[in-house]
Ligand binder design. Structure first.
Ligand code: URA
Length: 485
């Protein structure tokens, strides 16, 4: 007798788990089970069909157990396109009952295959987070963003929470051949797949990607093999910047030679554009501005503009050179900053310092501050867990940032993340749509937008961290060149 198990979707691990438990307790061998997800017939959504009556447990059957690592790997492996994946999981489930340490035997065929599937899915997820390119669509009720992506595996449902987290304030859809995800700012919904033709053109957005790519392309660090591994050729057809890859590679050797021969290369074009937008520093700033900043710092110690002062240890005011050309604005002090009274000295600060050094920026010659000057947190046992500041707190604290920037008059202000953007522009905007751009703020001059260093710390995947870190350093270089121009 063959048991036919109709799962609810391609990735229905819960359905597999319920059926597998019953079948394993009745000692049904893998060869007598047909796991169906619809792929076999080419269906996209499986019609709900009654599973065969599941068998009763064999008398005296012991409770099943599996290693925790198996469950972690299974969650990824069910997203693999291999039609045998559910059979493999079931075979392993049976084997764990007599071989409890099997999962540690990396050379075992089944374990090796499971690990391989999980790895392929992890890689595919990373590619999705790195290569989704949204196109802007002007709808009657405001802008929305649409992207086309072709994953290799069934990773959409597992991966879109990344985009919800990152682009919570935008309305977007990601269309893929088998499943599409839509976020309306409040709820995530899934719909059947679509086609590339469902995604409109956005020449302006594509140009921005191309400019950005041309800017971060470093001919001296070109390794074609590594680049193709990171950005495999099969993704190129959907990446606006891919049209630049071949010409940039072709010209790389010449550019590298020029860089070696002439280290004083002109700042990149984009930096020139930013430099043109910057506020002209007509005269050297008088010494008394250092005094103005000190007076502001003193005054801010007793700030009660919003209720955050009640629980925080102290006001964390900005620090740095009063005549700095570059000012960096973060979100709010964290736990370490709150205790020490200094901005960016904790884990995000360490990463920020590393990126600044790599971008050739001396932090001692810049000025670093935060949009919100008191630590907002939620006590959890002995720990204080960071809480994002709300709009009211950001807006209340804007008074201080305006005073600071008024005294500093930098050439360029860099907004690190969405809170800083809100504070500096008064607008809630997505970092995706603004990253690498300069917003001209009438009150405080040009503001270059980039991500917050803690965003990089939160990325789960090492590859992804590396890519995003490099992009962050590229943004900092852009800021350096623009302020030096
Ligand atoms: N994150 C910030 O935004 N600012 C700090 O000072 C520390 C962490």
């Amino acid at each position: 007798m063959i048991y036919r198990i109709d799962l609810d979707s391609h990735v229905d691990l819960d359905g597999w788990r319920v059926a597998a438990r019953r079948l394993a307790e009745a000692d049904i061998p893998p060869s007598e089970i047909l796991w169906r997800t619809g792929e076999q017939d080419g269906d996209l959504f499986v019609e709900a069909t009654q599973n065969n009556e599941l068998p009763e447990p064999s008398p005296g059957h012991r409770p099943l157990s599996v290693p925790r690592r198996f469950l972690e790997l299974a969650e990824l492996a069910v997203c693999h396109r291999d039609p045998e994946r559910f059979t493999l999981l079931y075979r392993l489930l049976l084997r764990f009952q007599s071989e409890p340490r099997l999962i540690d035997i990396a050379t075992d065929d089944d374990v090796f295959r499971l690990e391989g599937m999980a790895k392929a899915v992890r890689r595919d997820r990373h590619k999705m987070t790195a290569f989704v390119r949204f196109k802007k669509v002007e709808a009657a009720d405001g802008p929305a963003y649409v992207a086309w992506f072709e994953p290799e595996h069934h990773i959409v449902a597992l991966t879109v929470p990344f985009f919800v987290d990152r682009f919570a304030n935008m309305r977007w859809s990601i269309i893929t051949p088998h499943l599409s995800a839509r976020w309306d700012g409040l709820a995530l919904t899934f719909e059947p797949g679509g086609s590339k033709a469902d995604v409109p053109d956005d020449e302006a957005g594509d140009d921005l990607w191309r400019t950005y790519y041309a800017n971060i392309f470093n001919p001296a660090r070109l390794k074609i093999g590594a680049m193709k591994r990171e950005m495999p050729v099969k993704y190129w057809k959907n990446l606006p910047e891919s049209s630049l890859i071949t010409p940039l590679i072709r010209s790389a050797q010449g550019k590298e030679n020029a860089m070696v021969e002439n280290p004083q290369v002109a700042p990149p074009k984009r930096a020139e554009i930013i430099a043109q937008q910057r506020v002209a520093k007509a005269e050297p700033r008088p010494d008394h501005e250092a005094g103005t900043l000190e007076a502001l710092r003193d005054e801010a110690r007793s700030c009660q503009r919003c209720p955050l002062y009640r629980d925080a240890t102290q006001t964390v005011f900005g620090e740095g050179l009063a005549s700095a050309d570059l000012v960096f604005v973060g979100e709010q002090p964290g736990d370490r900053e709150d205790l020490a009274g200094k901005p960016f000295i904790g884990p995000a600060g360490a990463l920020f310092d590393r990126a600044l050094a790599e971008a050739g920026i001396d932090r001692r010659r810049a000025y670093v501050t935060n949009a919100v000057k008191h630590f907002k947190f939620e006590p959890r046992g002995k720990r204080r867990i960071h809480k994002k500041p709300g709009i009211a707190e950001i807006d209340a604290c804007r008074w201080w940032i305006e005073q600071e920037l008024g005294a500093l008059k930098p050439k360029l202000t860099v907004a690190l993340g969405a809170t800083a953007v809100r504070s500096l522009t008064g607008k809630s905007a997505s970092i995706l749509s603004l990253r690498g751009q300069v917003i001209d703020s009438p009150l405080i001059g040009p503001v270059l937008v980039t991500v917050h260093p803690s965003f990089l710390l939160r990325l789960p995947d090492e590859d992804q961290q590396r890519v995003e870190y490099d992009r962050f350093v590229a943004d900092l270089r852009l800021a350096r060149d623009a302020a030096a121009g």
